[in-house]
Structures are given as C-alpha cells and as structure tokens.
Design a binder for this molecule. Structure first.
Ligand code: HAM
Length: 416
C-alpha cells in the first residue's frame, strides 16, 4: 500500500472547511490593506535560494529539495516565498510602479525537516511582502496585517516578539563582538554552535541546546551595537507599535533562520507553554533584492504556516463557517425512474439546487440512509409509478414529513 510521503498530509474534505476559511480571511485582510495576490512557481532555479550569502543556513544546506531536470538544470522546490516574490518583482519590472509594491501569497513550501506536530515537509504559507520602501511604518504595517488576519479568525493569546539585527554596516561589527565573546567558550558549546561560530555566528543566539542557553543569555545584545540609523529605525517601529496599541516583547535572541534579514525581525507565537514554535515569522530584508541581481531595494514581510494556524484554531475551538450540505438527495427505484432522475437532477441543478443523485440499485432504505449521512434537507423519491404519473415524493429530512408533489411544481416546492 502506498502512503503519502513522510511529512506530507492529505487535506481531507472535512478539513477543507478550515482551509477555505483561512484563505478567504487572508484575501479579505489583504484587500483591507491593499496587498495584491501573486503566485510564483512551485520550483525555482536552485541559485535563487542558495545565493552565496545564504550558505550556512539550515534551510539551504540541509532542508532544500534539490533536483536536476531532464536538461540538467539545477532546480529547487520552493522552500519559502520571499526570494521568489523578489525574483518576480525584478523580472516583471515592478520597481517601475509606485513604491511600495504590496503583494501577498498563499501556497505550498517544501523543507526536508524532521516531521512533528505543526512541522511538515510540505506546508502552506500565507505571507505578505512590501517592496521598495524602507519606512518603519511598513514594518509595523506587515505586523498589523498578520495580527489582523489572526484576530479575524478569533485566535487569542498570541504574543509578538521583536528584535533588530542591524544592517550590513553594523551587523558585521556586532558579529565580531559575538565571535570574540564565544571564542574562549568554544569547548563548552554544542557541535552545531562550533560550526555556527565560523559560518553563521548570529545563529548562535537561537541555539536551543540546554548547554548553550546560559552562554546565550550572557552574550552581548545586538541592540547595544546598532548604528544610529538602525537604532532610529527600531525606535520608530516600537513607537508606532505603541501608538497602535500592539503589545510586544523584545528578545535579543530572535535572529530568525534565514540569512537575508536586516533591521526588524519578528515572530508571533502562541502564549501557551510547550506549544509548537512561531505561527508567524518575518522581518525586513533590505539586501535581498540586490543579492539576487537587482538594484539595492528594501523589503519587509512575513509568512505564516497555515497548518499551524489551523492547529491553533482547533486547539482554541474556534468554529469555522459550516459547509452547505447538498440540499437535495435524489433517490430512484427502478430502471425508468433512474433514467428520469438523470434529467430531473439536471433540471434542479439548473435552478440552483445542489443535488446528489443515488447510483446503482440500492434499496430505498439504503438510499435514505445515504441521504441522512449527507445532511440534505430534502430527499426526492422517484419510482416507476411516479414517473408514469408525473409526480414525485418529497421527504423533508428535518421532520420526516412526506408529501407528493407534481413534478412541474417541484422546483418551487424545494425553493420554500
Ligand atoms: P519562516 O519562519 O521560515 O520564514 O517560515 C514562516 C512560517 O512558516 C513559520 O512561522 C511557520 O509557521 C511556517 N513553517 C515553516 N516551516 C514549516 C514547516 N516545516 N511545517 C509547517 N510550517 C512551517 C519564512 O519562510 C520567510 N520567508 C518569512 C518572511 C516573509 N520574511 C519576510 N517575508
């Protein structure tokens, strides 16, 4: 028996209600803020994700699905949407439009991670990117969009965690300070951190190993090493969040797992203990567009895993609008009734009724059982006698009342 590949799941009909609800809310929220939808391909040139400065991140080194196509081109399944959206921004000359360009997406992403609750090898992200404008108000806007979406779903007990990791000017200076702090402690840190010291020192700060925790706690804070511009930007972000009444906590350990961030980084996390990690992750990436071949262009955005959003909706028992079950079940008995039912079904659907027709030669009892399980409002019963007399039997499932109706009057009867 084949099974869905490890780390992937089928989204079954009963879960589609949640998916339809969150994607509808995402689109509605984005339209409130003027973000327009973009869809990029599921695979991209490998180089887009593996830019030279992206080396050293787990995403590029350990988690990408990389393959060669039949022409020998090296491609990668989309591991995240930010780089593809920036690629599309450049490819379609969106820098010629009034800036910022505000875009959003809903689509799958692929990462070869160890599967667990809320962590999959194929997951789905809803995210926003605002490109071409460095204002602090956009950092605040994208946080607001994410919070407003989550609030529209009724999710509660979320906290915003915020940090600034500086820019290409001040970050390297801080990294040197961090390296010097770690150098004498090299023998005490975990193996991964020894590699990070060389390849990606900022990631030392979010090591989860118990042995590294104390060392991280005492590490110098990047906020004490920001250049005046980065400091002013961060102050403005905080002031505007305060003005909006958005609560947040500062965490000097928050550096995020992708290499392209500059200045503001943030996550939105469930408050409860032991929950899976961030629902939302984002920040500013003022160097990314340049790194993939464009002119220096700022950008800021977020993405959230919809599986995690839905997990939280279920945990918090937030309802979703229920499905509209088919309205009519069309039961038929006998060959001529079955033939007549085909035409009757088409007629009712043309009049806007959703109709599920029975199939095969099932007993009336079995057909009514099926109708019940579908939750229809009416079952229309058609036997050979009814066909001959131009009538049908209509059973109202809510109270089990039954009436005989002229076939010509059926549409009107069902519309009541
Ligand atoms: P990220 O933090 O890697 O950021 O992913 C964003 C969100 O996607 C996470 O907070 C989480 O909800 C979800 N997610 C990530 N990996 C998995 C997984 N394996 N299974 C389930 N959910 C997952 C980014 O991808 C950036 N592109 C975000 C961004 C946009 N920054 C600026 N703009």
């Amino acid at each position: 028996m084949y099974k869905a590949p490890r780390g992937t799941v089928d989204i079954l009909p009963q879960d589609q209600l949640y998916w339809a609800h969150v994607t509808e809310r995402a689109a509605a929220t984005c339209s409130l803020y003027g973000y327009e939808r973009i869809d990029t391909p599921v695979f991209e040139d490998y180089g887009l994700f593996a830019r030279t400065d992206a080396q050293g991140t787990d995403l590029v080194e350990k988690e990408m699905y990389v393959f060669e196509d039949r022409s020998g081109q090296r491609l990668a399944l989309r591991a995240e949407h930010t780089a593809p959206v920036c690629r599309a921004y450049l490819e379609h000359g969106m820098f010629n439009q009034p800036q910022p360009v505000r875009l959003y997406y809903v689509g799958s992403a692929f990462r070869y991670e160890r599967p667990q609750a809320g962590r999959y090898r194929q997951h789905h992200q809803f995210g926003c990117e605002a490109l071409g404008d460095a204002s602090a108000s956009l950092d605040v806007e994208v946080i607001e969009v994410a919070l407003s979406f989550l609030a529209s779903l009724g999710l509660q007990d979320l906290s915003v965690v915020l940090n600034s990791i500086g820019c290409r000017k001040c970050q390297p200076e801080y990294v040197e300070v961090l390296r010097s702090y770690y150098q004498p402690l090299a023998s005490q840190v975990c193996d991964d951190c020894r590699v990070r010291m060389v390849k990606n020192p900022l990631r030392l700060l979010d090591c989860k190993e118990a042995s590294c925790r104390v060392i991280v706690d005492e590490a110098p804070h990047i906020s004490d090493h920001l250049c005046p511009d980065c400091e002013a930007h961060f102050e403005e972000v905080k002031a505007q969040l305060n003005a909006l009444g958005v609560g947040y906590s500062l965490n000097h350990r928050l550096v995020r797992g992708l290499d392209y961030y500059t200045r503001t980084v943030f996550e939105i996390q469930p408050k409860r203990e032991g929950g899976q990690s961030a629902i939302v992750g984002g920040g500013r990436y003022d160097g990314l567009i340049e790194a993939i071949g464009g002119k220096p262009t700022p950008g800021v955005g977020f993405a959230m895993g919809l599986e995690r959003v839905i997990l939280n909706l279920k945990e918090q028992e937030r309802g979703v609008p229920t499905t509209t079950a088919p309205r009519v079940y069309l039961a038929s008995l006998g060959q001529s009734a079955r033939r007549s039912a085909v035409a009757l079904g088409a007629e009712l659907r043309a009049a806007g009724h959703s109709v599920v027709a029975s199939t095969g030669e099932k007993s009336l009892k079995a057909q009514l059982r099926h109708a019940n399980s579908l939750g229809v409002k009416y079952t229309v019963i058609l036997g050979d006698d009814e066909v001959r007399d131009g009538r049908v039997v209509v059973k109202r499932m809510t109270d089990n009342t039954q009436s005989t109706v002229e076939r010509d009057a059926l549409r009107e009867h069902l519309a009541e």
